[in-house]
Design a protein around this ligand. Structure first.
Ligand code: PLP
Length: 271
């Protein structure tokens, strides 16, 4: 049995039944016009919501890009109330979703088994996103964590068809971008590297910022074969070592992975 009790709360009105059909037909649900955050929680008294302020900062920027009001104090209170029962030593997922019509929903759920599996490393397939860099085009919502994840989901299913665990997008010129739910980081020639984010539809990740800084570079996937280590960084999996790209094994560094994972997941000390 998973000891995390699923809970759901609505911004402005409080907790509802965990499986309540909240806001069934709004801008986010019908057209993807919304934004969200997915956040790791370490249970305890008090629970530790990993990098909550950084997630709220990005959530607030996303809401601003969607021209919708952001109630930071309300989200802070809702988050604290929802995670207070997560047992000590147990991880959970806090998800905050805001639609452009203004409805906000927060949920806490058990950590999916696939997340735990991913922490042991992932095999990735490169997939074309076909995009080009566009400067000064905020309406493309490139740095916004919108609810429009249909393409990201389709990419993950295509990666699975190719026998991989995850995808790695490349742009129209074949330069590395990010994964459908994670940023890319690699260590080469004594330095940390990540793909240039600006104007390229790469999300500014809270995990990448926490383990950073890294040099922002334009590189093709072949570059990764020369690295000492390659990782996909995201809030729930932390630093997932990339074990192979399109079937070609990558060198790994277990010690670097351990150190990155410690920072990425903000694991509480063992006692
Ligand atoms: N890039 C995309 C497209 C994502 O969906 C995510 C995570 O949800 C990330 C990067 C990593 O962001 P974070 O480290 O804040 O979880």
């Amino acid at each position: 049995m998973n000891p995390v009790r699923p809970r759901t709360a609505v911004l402005g009105s409080g907790e509802v039944a965990w499986d309540a059909a909240v806001v069934p037909a709004d801008d986010a649900a019908l057209r993807g016009e919304g934004c969200f955050e997915t956040i790791l929680v370490h249970g305890g008294r008090p629970a530790h919501v990993v990098r909550l302020e950084e997630h709220l900062d990005r959530f607030e920027r996303s809401a601003a890009a969607l021209d919708t009001f952001f109630d930071r104090a309300g989200w802070t209170a809702l988050s604290a109330a929802l995670v207070d029962e997560v047992p000590d030593g147990v991880e959970a997922v806090l998800r905050l979703s805001l639609s452009r019509s203004g409805s906000g929903v927060a949920t806490v759920r058990p950590l999916p088994a696939s997340v735990l599996a991913g922490r042991d490393g992932v095999h990735v397939a490169t997939l074309a996103r076909g995009t080009v860099a566009v400067a000064d085009a905020p309406w493309l919502l490139g740095a916004v964590k919108t609810s429009s994840y249909a393409v990201n989901g389709a990419a993950l299913r295509e990666a699975a068809r190719r026998g991989a665990d995850d995808a790695l997008f490349v742009d129209a010129q074949g330069f590395l971008l990010e994964g459908p739910t994670a940023n890319l980081l690699w260590h080469l020639d004594g330095a940390w590297h990540t793909p240039v984010p600006a104007g390229r539809g790469v999300l500014p990740g809270t995990t990448l910022a926490a383990v950073g800084p890294a040099r922002e570079v334009l590189r093709r996937p072949e570059e990764l074969l020369r690295a000492d280590g390659v990782w996909l960084l995201s809030s729930l999996r932390g630093a997932a070592a990339v074990l192979s790209v399109d079937g070609t094994p990558l060198p790994g560094d277990a010690d670097l992975t351990r150190r990155l994972q410690q920072v990425a997941l903000e694991r509480p000390p063992l006692h």
